[in-house]
Design a protein around this ligand. Sequence first.
Ligand code: NAD
Length: 245
Amino acid sequence: MKTKIVVIGSKGRMGIAIIRLLGLDPEAEVVGAIDEGDDLDEVLPGCDAVIDFSHHSVSLEVARKTTEQSKALVIGTTGHATEVKERVLALGQKVPMIFAPNYSVGVNTLFYITRKTAEILSRGFDQEIVEMHHHFKKDSPSGTAAKLLEILCDVKGKSVDELARYGREGEPGARTKNEIGVHALRGGDVVGDHTVIFAATGERVELTHKASSRDTFAGGAIRAAKFLQGKPPGVYDMFDVLGLK
Ligand code: NAD
């Protein structure tokens, strides 16, 4: 039986890619395409799962409605305040949910090897994150850069608030040992580039992922929606979907 999917943000760059790929998928189908001004309540009862790639202001309402109707939820939207993110994730105790900053196999591999590399290069290596996206992107830094930062801070046993240094200007002084710089570049049609830099005296390791097509995120989100079918309520992640745990 096909997984029936409602796509939110259907007229956006990601929504269009997801709907196109769903049209080619023998195991899933679109039963609702929702963008600004459309009524989610009309299509929600007829679906198995909701995929949301819209705007962070929408996610909590979407999660509430999805929970009320006991539907699986895949959120790809980024840029949420911490409190909003926590409230959305709390609803994941009632339905199966994935709320991932990036749905590509490659970036999830980058998350995995960033943790391993940070564990190995824990002494004497300064860590910085650089991301670049197209000039339309609204939030900054990207959700993926935020997740990379979270991983690096976690390995250091410190909070993001303690270590993050977003951009530098003027005379910020010499780099402190533990701070982690995060830098957002914007321009052209770049789908999404992320580099984690580990720099020591005399050598440097750079881990880079470059996305050249939104299909990589769209395909991952569809795979996530299918993965959630029949799963007990709870918050899952792409490591569950990809078997990286
Ligand atoms: P976009 O601006 O092209 O599309 C967003 C769409 O959402 C627009 O069509 C807009 O009209 C719609 N929208 C806005 N408010 C809405 C509402 N209240 N109800 C329904 N629809 C509404 O953006 P995009 O490039 O498609 O990205 C969408 C989101 O997905 C962004 O937050 C982006 O950062 C994120 N993203 C995540 C991943 C990932 O793998 N997790 C990958 C790419 C993009």
